[in-house]
Structures are given as C-alpha cells and as structure tokens.
Design a protein around this ligand. Structure first.
Ligand code: ZN
Ligand code: FE
Length: 250
C-alpha cells in the first residue's frame, strides 16, 4: 500500500501525498495551495513527480502553478475538463491507469458535483474530493441527481475497508443533516459523537472508511431511507435526489 499523508489546506480543504517507498515516487492529489504541500514534501525528503487533479474548482487547483514551478511535476486531470484545468501533461478518462512507482490506480468518472469530476482509486484508498465526502456528498453544481447517484454507486462498490480521501472537512455539518433523515441510526449517532470529540481536539475526521460511509452517510444510504423520507415507492436515484434537495435547503 502507498504511504498516505493528509494535508490540511486553506480553511477546510485537503490535499494528499501518496508515496511508493520502494521506488521513491510521489504524487499529490489536488493542490488548494502550494506551500503546505511543499512543506510536507520537504519534511519527508520526498520528490514530487505527479499532480493528480480531481476537478476544476479553484479550491482544488489554485496551488498547481506554484507547485509545478517548484518541483517540475507532471499534471494529470480529466480530458473532459482540460479546457478549465491547468495545462495537462496527461489527460485522463474513466478506466485509465495511473501508477505511482509499482502501485497502480484506476480513474473513475464520478461526475455530479461537476461534469468531468474524476476519482483516483488506488489499493486501499480512493481520492474522491467533492463526490463522496465524509458524511455527505458534493453539491450538484453541474450534474443531475441521477448522474451523481451513478457516481456514488461506483464508489460504494469499492472494498469496504477503502480509505475515502475526500476534499473537505465538512463532516460535523454533514452529520447534523444526516441525523434529520436517518434519526434512528446508532452508527450515525456514534459518528456524530466521535466527530465532536475529534473537532474539540482540533483534529480532522478525513479520511474516513467506506464501511463507515456505508453505515452513516445518508446519500449512500438513500435506498434504505425511502420510508424515513416518505418515499417508500421511489427509485434509489429518486430517494437520493430528495435527500440531496433537502441538504441544499438545510
Ligand atoms: Zn468542488
Ligand atoms: Fe471543493
């Protein structure tokens, strides 16, 4: 498994370093700002070879130019988003492989928050940014609920022990909403308590595990919450759409 370093950036963003100890190769996933990433590299003596971008929002790419200038790293991102990402050295689409040393990851199209949003699925860890988030999912700026539901369904099918490395520390507010549609879920109540304890200590709650998301994330649990939201005969995607609409108004 790759070494993983979670790097808080800006107010509530995350960047991630992944590193293959055998080869010394290293990549970063998203660059909200360059300085914390450069500091994390310097602290470990790692040399950055690749920048992996999930989507075009400024809070995920603003540090790319400075980081590339400092490291000479190659930039990889979605072909569908090439017109609105920093200049790509390699354009990616669903099913493409990205290797860090001897470790291979696969690109998943997880459109919904934006069209062209991709995730990077490596053994034991998946970089989901603003698609599947800790206790929630990204707002649907560009995609339909059906598109996002398909994206979340792909992520839900990964091994349950997979670390979900998402883009923001929004967990506490996401879980406050979750409790309104899933009030009897004891795993959710336990997660709310654990999140409050972590936050009180100044600690983040990301990455989480897919198993925890499957147990507590109301968007992944849409098929199980139909009765609770008063839509017992709806499709899974319709239930997801209703929960997403309620979150938008929360
Ligand atoms: Zn975003
Ligand atoms: Fe974001």
């Amino acid at each position: 498994m790759l070494d993983l370093v979670t790097i808080p950036c800006l107010k509530d963003n995350y960047a991630y370093l992944i590193h293959d100890a055998a080869s010394g190769q290293c990549a970063v996933v998203d660059v909200p700002e360059a300085v914390p990433v450069l500091e994390a590299l310097a602290a470990r003596g790692w040399k950055l070879g690749m920048v992996l971008l999930t989507h075009h929002h400024s809070d995920h790419i603003d540090g790319v130019a400075r980081l590339v200038e400092a490291t000479g790293a190659m930039v990889l991102g979605a072909r569908a988003d090439a017109h609105r990402l920093p200049r790509l050295d390699r354009a990616l689409a669903e099913g493409d492989r990205v290797t860090v040393g001897g470790v291979e990851g696969v690109v998943l199209d997880v459109s919904g928050h934006t069209m062209g949003h991709i995730a990077f699925s490596f053994p034991g860890m998946c970089f989901t940014a603003d698609s599947l988030m800790a206790g929630g999912c990204g707002r649907l700026f560009e995609g339909s609920p059906a598109v996002m539901w398909e994206s979340l369904s792909k992520l839900a099918a990964l091994p349950p022990e997979t670390l979900i490395c998402s883009g923001h520390e929004y967990t506490a507010s996401n879980l406050r909403f979750a409790a309104t549609v899933d009030p009897d879920n004891t795993a959710l109540q336990a997660r709310i308590a654990a999140t409050a304890i972590a936050n009180a200590k100044g600690e983040g709650t990301v990455p989480s595990t897919l198993a925890l998301e499957l147990a507590t994330n109301p968007f992944l649990r849409a098929p199980l919450l139909k009765a609770a939201i008063g839509m017992p005969k709806s499709t899974d995607a319709e239930a997801f759409a209703e929960i997403r609409a309620r979150k938008d108004k929360f």
